[in-house]
Design a protein around this ligand. Structure first.
Ligand SMILES: NC(=O)c1ccc[n+]([C@@H]2O[C@H](COP(=O)([O-])OP(=O)(O)OC[C@H]3O[C@@H](n4cnc5c(N)ncnc54)[C@H](OP(=O)(O)O)[C@@H]3O)[C@@H](O)[C@H]2O)c1
Length: 296
């Protein structure tokens, strides 16, 4: 297949693109920097000029300003929003206009869609939650819908935090954990879904090829854990004790709104669509998954 991919330089894209290439697919990268190899687009200016006769079999949308880095100022929140919603709409419209539109469009979203669900197990039929990220995810998924209007199969990937040595959550936590400061956050009872990068890319390949998948799909391992369980697993692997707990108020004082949306929120999402269609996770348990991605 010839696959058009945005955000290919990011954490997920830089693992996914070579994986798909190794299986014989051709990746055409959408690039925001004219000096890089690929098809140029400028989501901020609304520029995406694909030749009308471009032959693309599938499209994958992975773009978006980083959510986990930098304090959430008003400007940062606007960047988080527009770099997802406006760019997704531009991408979806761009492929919908082609003479021969691609068959499938996989578009990133997040499990932030569900907001705070407490202990409730969340699958793809669960309703949207409340909060900044839940609102963004709703709009983000709606923006991808522009491709559906011409019959493209659209899958909204509700991605959970990705475990990788090269980016995302782990490199931010590792220095603290190694220093013996791997702390439980808030009550530690809040759930978090997660997925090992290898399972994520294999699942995305599976989703590309499974025609029955459309609409929302939870991209997370089948065993979400509480923050305490996650912290203990990481500390055990690093041979460090889990001694401390940071109270919620302190976390909020340091991180602001991000504390509630990223670290104190409880999201117990499970990948019902993937598991019921026979996808097998290689790393379904947190401690083994962490050992695998950290090579420990
Ligand atoms: N990693 C996770 O744990 C996780 C969890 C849930 C959801 N997601 C979502 O999945 C997508 C890919 O995740 P990722 O971890 O690979 O993200 P990432 O490493 O931050 O990469 C995202 C890519 O988006 C492009 N980008 C950056 N700023 C942009 C902007 N202002 N406008 C348009 N494009 C911009 C960049 O690619 P170019 O420079 O090549 O354009 C960048 O490499 C993101 O939308 C993310 O929110 C990720």
């Amino acid at each position: 297949m010839k696959i058009l991919m945005s955000g290919a330089s990011g954490l997920i894209g830089s693992a996914l693109a070579p994986y798909l290439e190794a299986w014989g697919h051709r990746i055409l990268r959408l690039v925001r920097d004219k000096s890089k190899k690929g098809e140029f687009w400028d989501p901020r200016q609304g520029i995406l000029d694909l030749p009308a006769d471009a032959e693309i079999d599938a499209a994958i949308n992975l773009s978006g300003d980083s959510i986990g880095s930098g304090r959430w100022t008003k400007q940062k929140k606007e960047r988080i929003r527009s770099s997802r919603i406006e760019s997704t709409f531009l991408f979806a419209k761009g492929i919908a206009r082609l003479k021969r539109p691609p068959k499938v469009f996989l578009s990133a979203s997040g499990i932030g869609f569900y907001g705070d669900g407490g202990d409730v197990v969340l699958n793809e039929t669960s309703p949207a939650g409340r909060g900044f990220l839940a609102g963004i995810s709703r709009e983000w998924e709606a923006a991808a819908g522009a491709a559906q209007e011409v019959g493209i199969r659209v899958v909204n990937l509700r991605i959970s935090p990705v475990l990788s040595r090269y980016g995302g959550l782990l490199p931010r936590l590792l220095p603290l954990s190694k220093a013996g400061l791997g702390v439980v956050l808030g009550s530690g009872k809040q759930y978090m879904s997660w997925i090992a990068i290898d399972d994520l890319v294999a699942a995305m390949d599976f989703i590309l090829g499974t025609e029955s998948f459309s609409g929302p799909l939870n991209l997370c391992a089948p065993n979400p854990v509480t923050n305490r369980e996650f912290t203990k697993a990481l500390n055990t692997i690093l041979k460090r004790p889990t001694l401390f707990r940071v109270p919620s108020f302190l976390l909020r004082a340091v991180l602001g709104e991000m504390a509630d949306e990223e670290f104190l929120v409880s999201t117990r999402a499970v990948p019902d669509k993937l598991t019921s269609s026979g996808f097998e996770f290689k790393h379904p348990e947190i401690e083994e998954a962490l050992r695998h991605v950290l090579r420990r």
